[in-house]
Design a protein around this ligand. Structure first.
Ligand code: CP
Ligand code: NVA
Length: 333
């Protein structure tokens, strides 16, 4: 039977501000431990999952999420098992229910990458082990943990100050689609008191449940939350500029129409000229030229590759909190 206290990582929205900050803080902790490279010292303390397995049920492609999760599983001594859509019976010969019952009976945790958000909820309903949402059409929480780690490192934000309500006065501007990545990233920034301005093309609007939550989180953390279709307005004085692909996985059928709709939404020199002079550019990757010009993407303000590396530490934090600590944040403060 499914333990009632079982906690899953579905979205940043489901976490208290403090819980999310602990996730980011743990990611920073594991980065320090991993970088110190004192293999013998730290492994004996961290091999908490030796002899166990972690399943990755991925029905979509992945570079970063797969590599970071497999690396993080190995860090704790677990054997990762990548189960792509060609590998297992799910969706062809076997239902979500039967697959979830069987897989969760044998592994310590399931990282799941699926099309529909409902599929993540289906896994959560019947699993006997934690489910970590590894991207669905609505959320990408692992990316948000990584992104806030990258932001606090680059802007020297101390978690103690955030916890005391001392606001860094930073502004994050998102130019692009209203998608899974920004749904979690906007709530994540607001939980750290970072103001958010989102510019999408007319006709592309954020989901109302995300907007309602964002407003509440902004208010209690002394930040602002703005939605616009004017990218120059959103980018003005922004400290962090962010975008993502205009065509998410599963939307390839609508590629031509979407590219047309997003004309004028590229992050390029003209747009960054109104940002703060010390702005940073972020992107979850994979990246295409239509959403960001080469000179910005590979330029001196870009932190996209350290952002990508930080996915490893985000995955370690998620495994540590949701598996090693059974989703109990209280002892980790
Ligand atoms: N950012 C990200 O999730 O990349 P992948 O799709 O390669 O995992
Ligand atoms: N929005 C993108 C993110 C990929 C990491 C997608 O869903 O394909």
């Amino acid at each position: 039977s499914t333990p009632s206290s079982l906690r899953h990582l579905i979205s940043i929205k489901d976490l208290s501000d403090e819980e999310f900050r602990i996730l980011v803080q743990r990611a920073q902790h594991f980065k320090n431990v991993f970088k110190a490279n004192k293999t013998n010292d730290f492994q004996s303390n961290h091999l908490k999952l030796l002899g166990r397995t972690i399943a990755l049920i991925f029905t979509k492609r992945s570079t970063r999420t797969r590599i970071s999760t497999e690396g993080a599983a190995t860090f704790f001594g677990a054997q990762p098992m990548f189960l792509g859509k060609e590998d297992i019976q799910l969706g062809v010969n076997e239902s979500f229910y039967d697959t979830t019952k069987v897989v969760s009976s044998m592994v310590s945790c399931i990282f799941a990458r699926v099309n529909k958000h409902e599929d993540i909820l289906a896994f959560c309903k019947d699993s006997s082990v934690p489910i970590i949402n590894s991207l669905c059409d609505k959320f990408h929480p692992l990316q948000a943990i990584c992104d806030l780690l990258t932001i606090i490192e680059n802007f020297n934000i101390s978690l103690d100050e955030v916890n005391k309500g001392i606001n860094s006065k930073l502004k994050m501007a998102w130019i692009g689609d209203a998608n899974n990545v920004i749904n979690d990233m906007c709530i994540a920034c607001l939980k750290f008191g970072i103001s958010v301005s989102i510019s999408t093309p007319p006709g592309i609007e954020m989901d109302s449940d995300i907007v309602d939550e964002a407003k509440k989180v902004a208010e209690r953390n002394g930040a602002t939350f703005e939605l616009t279709h004017d990218s120059l307005k959103a980018s003005t004085n922004a400290n962090i500029l962010v975008t993502d692909t205009f065509v998410s996985m599963g939307e390839e059928f609508a590629k031509q129409a979407k590219l047309k709709q997003f004309k004028g939404f590229q992050i390029n020199q003209e747009l960054v000229s109104v940002a703060d002079p010390n702005y940073k550019f972020m992107h979850c990757l994979p990246r295409h030229q239509e959403e960001v010009s080469d000179d910005v993407f590979y330029g001196e303000h870009s932190i996209v590759f350290e952002e990508a590396e930080n996915r490893l530490y985000a995955a370690m934090s998620a495994i540590d909190i949701f598996v090693n600590n059974k989703g109990n944040f209280k002892d980790l403060k």
